[in-house]
Design a protein around this ligand. Structure first.
Ligand code: MRU
Length: 348
């Protein structure tokens, strides 16, 4: 396979998008080949690929696959066809704004080029640019965020905001990677992240592979770990940040922020500016995905709760701005009150 983009999370070979099947980690490293925008939309909905920036980049390639299919068929109205491609991909998951950000960027790009003969190859280039920018953005975030960690740090993280959740390097884990590269001694306590276990399955795997010291805990241990293990910081990613500084992230983040405030531990949210939704004023407006109750009643396909028990399974919660010490983006370490604005013009 000749890869034009080749990272652990995703590979683009000019004809198909190969996504690391994150449902199989840590026991199996296999890739799923997506040949259409429907394939990509399904892969996002089914959590083959997950994590806000990774979802956005995957959707951008999905958009290209939709355009390629149109170009092959050479029939119908291209504007209509691409609107359908965009809405199919938009319907995959509701909370991470990076999905809508990437699709909007691709769609605006398409609208500005579709009369040119080379529009398809330029569209492909734009998706590759989105993916490559994600890595450089994360490196910048890592550099800025690492300054917040002291030379000896015990950090708690939640879910997976690492290389696997992005095109590469990671956001929250990017900060930890950079701190380690600067010679700081960082020990990471990894919340297992019930019910989908992104912490246990993905973050622990990623940190071990990178030689970063870590200890896995179950989510309900976080308060006690804060009290007993000298935690200096909590560092998490985000799926959508509103203009007032509220941040949606994996379910359990809110509880962690409440615990951190009680223990007077700084709580940092780390995300690219593409995660900031300038159209929303507060977290109240963020659509929170609810997923299948099987994620709670079963573990690896084995039932652990009674049949017919009623369940509530929100995939995300909202950390109120008042519980967040700072929000790290590629532009700055932002402290409240926040004055986010579109820095590049192409984000929103
Ligand atoms: O349901 P997921 O696994 O897609 O949720 C991911 C998270 O909540 C991450 O913390 C967030 O997307 C930031 S990833 C850099």
């Amino acid at each position: 396979m000749r890869s034009i983009l080749d990272t652990l999370t995703m590979k683009w070979d000019g004809h198909a998008l190969h996504l690391l099947d994150q449902r199989k980690l840590p026991t199996e490293v296999t890739y799923i080949r997506c040949q259409s925008h429907e394939d990509v939309s399904r892969a996002i909905g089914d959590m083959v690929v997950r994590g806000a920036p990774a979802i956005g980049a995957a959707a951008a390639f999905g958009y290209v696959l939709g355009a390629m299919r149109f170009a092959e068929s050479r029939s119908g109205d291209v504007t209509k066809a691409m609107a359908t491609v965009r809405s199919t991909l938009s319907a995959s998951r509701p909370t991470a704004v990076n999905l809508f950000w990437a699709l909007k960027r691709m769609h605006l790009f398409f609208e500005s080029r579709n009369t040119k003969p080379q529009w398809l190859s330029e569209l492909e280039r734009e998706a590759i640019t989105i993916a490559e920018e994600d890595i450089s953005t994360n490196r910048r975030i890592g550099e800025l965020g690492a300054s917040l960690l002291s030379d000896q740090s015990n950090v708690i993280t939640h879910c997976n905001a690492g290389a696997l959740a992005t095109v590469g390097y990671g956001t929250a884990l990017g900060v930890i990677r950079d701190a380690k590269d600067q010679g700081k001694a960082v020990h990471v306590f990894v919340d297992e992240t019930r019910p989908y276990l992104q912490g246990a399955r993905l973050t622990a795997w990623e940190l071990i592979n990178d030689g970063i010291d870590c200890t896995l805990i179950s989510d309900n241990m976080a308060g006690w770990v804060m009290k007993k293990k000298g935690i200096n910081a909590v560092v998490v990613g985000a799926d959508r940040i509103t203009t007032n500084g509220d941040a949606a992230n994996k379910i359990g983040s809110y509880s962690l922020a409440v615990l951190a405030a009680f223990h007077k531990i700084p709580f940092y949210v780390v995300a690219p500016s593409s995660t900031i939704d300038l159209e929303l004023l507060s977290g109240e407006e963020i659509p929170i995905e609810e997923r299948s109750s099987e994620e709670i009643t079963h573990i690896s396909g084995i039932r652990i709760a009674p049949e017919n028990v009623s369940c509530f399974n929100p995939a995300f919660d909202v950390i109120p701005a008042s519980l967040i010490t700072a929000i790290v983006t590629e532009d700055a370490v932002n402290y409240p009150p926040y004055h986010f604005r579109s820095t590049s013009g192409k984000h929103h």
